[in-house]
Design a protein around this ligand. Sequence first.
Ligand SMILES: O=C(O)C(=O)C[C@H](O)[C@H](O)COP(=O)(O)O
Length: 225
Amino acid sequence: MIAPPAAGIEAMQAEVARLCTLAPVIPVIVVEDLSQAVPMAQALVAGGLPVLEVTLRSAVALDAIALMAKVPGAVVGAGTVVRPDQIAAVRAAGARFMVSPGAYPELVTAALDSGIPFLPGAATPSEMMALLSRGIRHQKLFPATVVGGLDMLKALASPLSAIRFCPTGGVTAETAPTFLSLPNVLCVGGSWVTPKPAIQAGDWATVERLAREAAALRKSSVQGS
Ligand SMILES: O=C(O)C(=O)C[C@H](O)[C@H](O)COP(=O)(O)O
């Protein structure tokens, strides 16, 4: 059975659209060592990327979100939200948004009920239409380059013209500009801004430089909301 769009969905969609257009790139971050959290967030914000997706893929992820959320200018969200029972912890950590690699009805219901802006992943037209039926017009295309990348986004533009995407998964500094040039792309997500060797070396200057280069990529077409 298809649930109707939740109350408050429009406000949530507007906030997701706002977050997705604060900068062209949302860094997808894995924090392995809590001491890296604050300097990493500071470097990314200094480089011009305020919206940070911290994946729940490490043991310290929730603590990292809590620390990074206090960095001036940072808007920190939780990535890899795959179960409804993670949402309370994500809220307690101070996450301002949630991202998932995919979606299923129980997760969508819990996310919408939470009121926390939610950017769910989809990989097929059917999954996208299921999200759209819940009022979710802003979606993460994941894993973007595996499921069709640029060609897929172009193919979706007419039949699913209501949807705006944040392609993530396999997007690079080199390919991001082309993704961003598509009218149904709001922003892109990617881990290239926080390369593991730089993080492990505490090379925050490199992270800041990569963030600055990413922030300089501009949407070349009109953004939907
Ligand atoms: O953890 C999640 O929730 C994910 O969806 C996975 C991330 O989006 C990708 O790991 C980022 O992809 P890359 O930029 O190719 O590294």
